[in-house]
Design a protein around this ligand. Structure first.
Ligand SMILES: Nc1ncnc2c1ncn2[C@@H]1O[C@H](COP(=O)(O)OP(=O)(O)O)[C@@H](O)[C@H]1O
Ligand SMILES: [Mg+2]
Length: 247
């Protein structure tokens, strides 16, 4: 018996105003696994992620999380969103709250934890990401890379089934790419299930060898960057992976 994926996306379609953005996406993410979805700008990466936590309603198709249907009526969207640790492109931290409050707020408001318990949990996650010393700072007082760690700590604090990152390097200095890749690998080593979308081949390459290539709303290829850049029969795919990886 083959293991059941933590997340199973089947024939996912999304139309915006008559334009087909997702055209039947199939994707599996295993528990403890790491999936990097790549593709050119506008190919539907963010839309795919947003379908996962119902920020976007799919036109058709299904998504299952731990065997439970995510798409469709009667789903507890609030509970669903708590189980998916979204790290947004611009981090979406509350500017008027300290680092510690940013991470502990949802634990208190959504999980009903008392302040002390919530702060202990938040500090555990901040320490895990080397951000404990910055607990009393405001987002305006820390760097982009540090903001990202806070956003990650906030996501991890909810013990999500999966951590989802949308273009984790787009708001950062290119020099930080390696640092972000190391961070993602560390979480992977700690058995955190990760889904990361990016158009950055360098980032993808330093996270994992196996990637999924999304183009015009469907998964066109899946495999190692090495293979996709040198041996894939489609020249457009070879170009995408070859050009941006500096090969
Ligand atoms: N809310 C929306 N309404 C209309 N069109 C949208 C919406 N969100 C995304 N799109 C369109 O869907 C396509 C894919 O967008 P997106 O998923 O953001 O791509 P990516 O993240 O790969 O760059 C784009 O053409 C974009 O303009
Ligand atoms: Mg996007």
């Amino acid at each position: 018996m083959s293991p059941v994926p933590l997340i199973q996306v089947r024939e996912l379609v999304k139309d915006f105003d008559g334009q087909r953005v997702l055209a039947g996406v199939n994707l599996d993410i295993m528990e403890g696994g790491i999936k990097v979805v790549m593709g050119p700008s506008g190919c539907g990466k963010s839309t795919l992620l947003r379908c996962l936590n119902r920020l976007v309603e799919p036109t058709s198709g299904t998504i299952h999380l731990r065997g439970q249907l995510v798409t469709g009526a009667g789903v507890d969207v609030r509970a669903l969103r708590q189980g998916i640790g979204f790290v947004f492109q611009q981090f979406a931290l509350y500017r008027h709250l300290t680092v510690l409050d940013n991470v502990s707020l949802a634990l208190r408001k959504l999980r009903g934890m008392r302040r002390l318990e919530a702060e202990q949990k938040a500090m555990y996650e901040l320490a895990r990401l080397d951000m404990a010393a910055h607990r009393d700072k405001y987002p305006g007082q820390i760097s982009g890379g540090q903001k990202q760690r806070v956003a990650l700590a906030r996501a991890l604090a909810m013990d999500p089934a999966v951590v989802v990152m949308d273009e984790p390097t787009s708001a950062l200095d290119p020099l930080l790419t390696r640092e972000v890749a190391q961070l993602i690998q560390r979480l992977h080593g700690e058995k955190v299930t990760l889904l990361c979308v990016t158009h950055d081949v360098l980032l993808a390459r330093s996270i994992t060898e196996q990637v999924v290539f999304l183009d015009r709303g469907v998964v066109r290829a899946e495999g190692s960057i090495e293979h996709l850049s040198s041996a894939h029969p489609d020249a457009l795919i070879r170009d995408f992976f070859g050009r941006e990886s500096g090969a």
